[in-house]
Write a protein that binds this ligand. Structure first.
Ligand SMILES: [Zn+2]
Length: 66
């Protein structure tokens, strides 16, 4: 089974199992998923509209992988 890594550009954790939907933090692609840590730290707060998410979003945009 192919290893998957977190789609968060500032994280390189290996994903266990199915991973988590990264929306709305990242534009979702079929192959994208984030690790449990990023899901809890970034994605869930972003869904709740917490102000910190905008800062993290900018930070992530500044660290685009490709
Ligand atoms: Zn991660």
């Amino acid at each position: 089974m192919k290893k998957k890594y977190c789609s968060n550009p500032i994280c390189n954790n290996e994903i266990e199992g199915m991973g988590n939907n990264p929306q709305p933090l990242l534009d979702l692609k079929v192959t994208d998923s984030v690790c449990d840590t990023c899901n809890e730290e970034f994605v869930i707060p972003a869904r709740l509209g917490e102000p910190v998410s905008e800062f993290i979003r900018l930070m992530i945009l500044g660290f685009q992988k490709n």
